[in-house]
Design a protein around this ligand. Structure first.
Ligand SMILES: NC(=O)C[C@H](N)C(=O)O
Length: 467
């Protein structure tokens, strides 16, 4: 028997076979010319057996489209089913079908790993709802929608890194384990070690809520820095916008005196990454805009052409007060904007991204720069609100003036904990600022995905840590 047990490794070692060129599905589909002796590996997305011909579609994650394989029915075998892993060798030829360029005429089909279709939770040619596949975090990546999402996520990640590197930023690996609560909101996961059964070997340590303070350290040497990694918030929320572990893109810029500069970087980052995703993953994005969020179709392209709007927090409160609808939380100057408020503001502004600037001093964390205005005392903070999601980015100018920072920390009883942070203001302090963008919320917005749990490979949220 030509294809012995042992799968494709054994197959490779078999000297009697002609050397076939291994192609990814994406390469095979995009090939310009027919080719003899081609080898493609992947998972079967569909099998259809006719009297004269056997049709397979195989997918290896390299593209949304699967490669059509045509074979003689004699090549059919019992374990060649939907979901099985296969290696097909044969000729790559022009396809007679309009829908695809190339197809593979199989000479041999080897089932590398069979799949028990009766217990396999995914079914052939079914468009499973996102809520259904969420139950199977170990298998849902084999589903078209999650496959498309994860390719988009990968492109967006690469594009974020390129954006910053191309603009002269230094990438910093900020720590996951930290002793600070940057946001001061107390939403921390405390670390315990299993050796001393104490906190982190008897010192307080937490999972990071933000890399900002570490980036500020680095901005004091490298001028422009960024980080992009996991952050953690112990929010006991099951909402469609919150995760206990999420990825955040953060940047910090030294020698920056205006919030406008920070907003410009946020907007440039957003637009650059979005146009890259649209041009590099058109079919994957189309899937979302066709089946998941039809209203989103064409909207992103429109949004990319226009400058984001800017309103102040005080204007926002006035808009809310004059709204014809009633809110569960009555809008008042000095109160945080609630999700319902953010939604209304975005709608009011024409369903486009909106920057809200200059928030009340008492609402915001210690590090934000005092605007020294009055009587409504504000800080130089900005949030970017987007349709369907609400707050996507948050940023601010940081308080670089030692006396201001000292008195604020003192009032909050944080002087001892932040001696090192005060040092940064003593040794070559410069005006600076930065921002953070929630990566999952970004994906939710551009793809129109309702639930944040469907835009991350392995969601962690309150009372759930599958796998
Ligand atoms: N780097 C940032 O400005 C993000 C901010 N610290 C936040 O967590 O929202």
């Amino acid at each position: 028997m030509l294809y012995a047990r042992g799968g494709w490794r054994a197959l490779r070692r078999c000297a009697s076979l002609p050397r076939a060129v291994r192609l990814r599905v994406r390469e095979a589909l995009g090939a310009r010319e027919p080719a003899e002796a081609v080898r493609v590996q992947g998972w079967v997305r569909s099998v259809r057996s006719q009297k004269e011909v056997l049709f397979l579609h195989i997918n290896d994650g390299s593209s949304l489209e699967s490669l059509q394989v045509v074979a003689d029915p004699s090549l059919e075998k019992r374990d060649l089913t939907f979901g099985s892993a296969v290696e097909v060798q044969g000729k790559l030829v022009k396809s007679p079908h309009k829908m695809q360029n190339m197809e593979l005429q199989a000479e041999t089909i080897n089932v590398v790993g069979p799949c028990d279709i009766w217990s396999f939770p995914l079914k052939m040619r079914e468009r499973h709802p996102l809520e259904y596949v969420r139950q199977f975090p170990h298998l849902r990546c084999r589903n078209n929608t999650l496959g498309a999402l994860l390719r988009i996520r990968s492109e967006a990640t690469a594009s974020i890194h390129s954006f910053f590197q191309d603009n002269g930023y230094v990438h910093i690996h900020t720590p996951i384990i930290t002793s600070n609560d940057c946001e001061g909101a107390g939403e921390l996961f405390q670390i315990e070690d299993s050796v001393e059964k104490s906190h982190f070997f008897n010192v307080p340590a937490f999972l990071t809520v933000s890399g900002q303070l570490h980036l500020e350290v680095m901005a004091g040497a490298f001028t422009h820095v960024f980080t992009f990694g996991p952050t953690f918030r112990a929010e006991n929320s099951q909402s469609r916008r919150h995760l206990a572990e999420f990825y955040m893109v953060e940047a910090e810029l030294s020698f920056t005196e205006s919030l406008q500069d920070i907003m410009q970087v946020m907007e440039d980052l957003f637009k650059t990454v979005t146009s890259t995703v649209l041009s590099k993953c058109p079919r994957d994005v189309e899937l979302f805009h066709k089946y998941i969020a039809p209203a989103q179709k064409g909207r992103l392209e429109q949004m990319l052409k226009h400058k984001f709007m800017i309103i102040s927090y005080s204007e926002a409160v006035e808009i809310l007060k004059q709204a014809p609808q009633t809110f569960t939380f009555k809008p008042e100057w000095g109160c945080d904007l609630q999700t319902e408020h953010e939604k209304y503001l975005v709608k009011h502004c024409g369903d486009v991204p909106v920057f809200v600037v200059n928030y009340p001093y008492d609402l915001k964390p210690f590090y934000m720069r005092d605007n020294e205005d009055g009587p409504q005392h504000t800080v130089a903070a900005v949030d970017l609100l987007v349709p369907g999601v609400g707050e996507l980015c948050g940023g601010s100018l940081r308080e670089e003036r030692l006396p201001f920072l000292e008195s604020r920390l003192q009032r909050l009883g944080l002087t001892d904990a932040y001696q090192w942070y005060l040092d940064l203001r003593k040794f070559g302090s410069v005006p600076h600022g930065g921002f953070g963008m929630g990566f999952e919320r970004y994906l939710q917005y551009i793809l129109g995905v309702d639930n944040i749990k469907d835009v991350i490979p392995f969601p962690r949220f309150s009372h759930s840590c599958l796998l």
